[in-house]
Design a protein around this ligand. Structure first.
Ligand code: PMP
Length: 435
């Protein structure tokens, strides 16, 4: 039922009064969401929406086990992280059970993805004694000054490539769908360019402290890197003494279905992992996972302390998320339902020519919309209209990529087949209606 006394226009104006216009929000007139359950959101009018975008609520909305675990801890104790807490040790050990390699054995807990990325780069710089970091074009890594410096996405950061600090070096994005190189040998050609760029840096005396990227192109909507690409890149970086950082904030934590971590899809082991989002299911929790010797470089600088990073309550949230994922088989569900979803959208693509490609794997999927499958002209305006229309039909969907022409499909991992059918039917309907 409609929430009594709720006035959506007044609510909108109230928000506009207190928020900066830079604060991102979905839709011209976003619904006021009041509650959530599994992959569903409900607004103040009592309307339900299928949430196909939310990659923060990995175990779904309103999960009672998570609520109970955090509530119990809040009633018992929640304070800063300078004491010993059982929940902290329990959670850290459980997290390390998922470490992609025994060498990554040390955890630093923070509150967000931005903090994890920032700390990861600081570790790389301290460990190597070098300042320079290389990032990939079209990436988003967070909002702090350091994370923003390597956020090269022109969509998130219109001046991305103009105002980089001099310690940031940007390499091309190996997008084999619409990048500079496509086709079977694209990976090798991107690598040739990458090696040439490194040779230039070598010649000019630049010594890289680290390299950061997502192992699946998140901003591009889940485009997979060419096979073997990251392995070759990591080898080149390490040959120069640099540290390889994997931003797993979006692609990690079971979403890919077949892999817990994005890097596993590329068959590589990074030196530092930055993780957040799904880890706390929207409770503020992030982490860096690294080798002990790299983490120890922080000690040379002094202490590391984050007031709420790794609080007993956030540790309980993290533990409850891992328990739910295990007990409800959510990674497996991401694999099965994700494969079903990709298959259904590919089937749709046979009679909907605007679907140029279906990227990604598991429940990390991008549906790239083009005006022409040969020229790949991005269907940007159409994509925006499709998202608005899907909202009217009760499906939450948003655009991503530099060209804003990719539907980002990153639903809670508990998504079921019925919801997939509903999403595909609504997408079919909107594409058929036209605009
Ligand atoms: N890295 C990636 C790949 C992200 O998608 C995000 C958030 N969109 C971040 C880092 C920053 O995370 P947070 O919003 O938790 O600071």
């Amino acid at each position: 039922d409609r929430v009594a006394g709720f006035d959506p226009v007044a609510e909108h104006e109230r928000r506009e009064r207190v928020f900066s216009s830079a604060q991102e929000r979905y839709y011209e007139r976003p619904p006021q969401i009041e509650r959530g359950w599994r992959e569903w959101l409900v607004d103040t009018d009592g309307r339900a929406y299928l949430d196909m975008v939310n990659n923060v609520s990995g175990v779904g909305h309103g999960h009672p086990r998570l609520a109970e675990a955090v509530n119990r801890q809040l009633l018992t104790l929640n304070t800063n992280s300078r004491f010993l807490y059982r929940s902290l040790a329990d959670f850290t050990e459980r997290l390390l059970e998922h470490s992609p390699d025994p060498s990554l054995d040390t955890v630093l807990l923070v509150n967000s993805g931005t903090e994890a990325v920032d700390l990861a780069m600081r570790l790389a710089q301290l460990h190597t004694g070098r300042r320079d970091i290389m990032a990939m074009r079209e990436a988003y890594h967070g909002w702090s000054m350091a994370a923003d410096a390597v956020s090269t996405s022109a969509y998130d950061n219109p001046n991305a490539l103009l105002n980089r600090p001099d310690w940031v070096h940007v390499t091309d994005v190996a997008n084999t769908y619409r990048g500079k190189y496509r086709g079977a040998d694209a990976g090798e050609r991107y690598l040739e360019d990458f090696r040439a760029q490194l040779a230039e840096l070598d010649a000019s005396g630049v010594q890289l402290g680290g390299f950061i990227c997502e192992s699946i192109l998140g901003n591009a909507g889940g485009v997979l890197l060419p096979e073997g690409y990251l392995d070759a890149v990591y080898r080149e970086i390490r040959a120069r003494g640099g540290v390889c950082i994997a931003d797993e904030v979006q692609v990690g934590y079971g979403r890919l279905g077949d892999h817990f971590w994005g890097v596993q899809q590329q068959g590589v082991v990074p030196d530092v992992i930055a993780i957040a989002k799904a880890m706390g299911n929207a409770y503020p929790l992030g982490a860096v996972i690294t080798r002990r010797e790299i983490a120890e470089s922080l000690a040379r600088e002094g202490h590391f302390f984050s007031s709420a990073g790794g609080s007993p309550a956030s540790a309980m949230a993290g533990l409850a998320v891992l328990d739910v994922m295990r007990d409800e088989g959510l990674q497996q569900n991401a694999s099965e339902v994700g494969a079903y979803l990709i298959g259904e959208v590919e089937r749709l693509a046979r009679h909907q020519p605007m679907i140029g490609a279906v990227h990604g794997m598991g429940l990390y999927v991008g549906i790239e919309l083009v005006r022409d499958r040969d020229t790949l002209e991005p269907a940007k305006e159409e994509t925006a209209r499709i998202c608005e229309r899907l909202l009217e039909l009760g499906v939450i969907m948003q655009a991503t990529s530099e060209r804003q022409n990719v539907l980002k499909v990153k639903p809670p991992l508990c998504l079921d087949r019925e919801s997939v059918d509903h999403f595909v039917a609504m997408l079919d309907r909107v594409l058929t209606e036209g605009w």
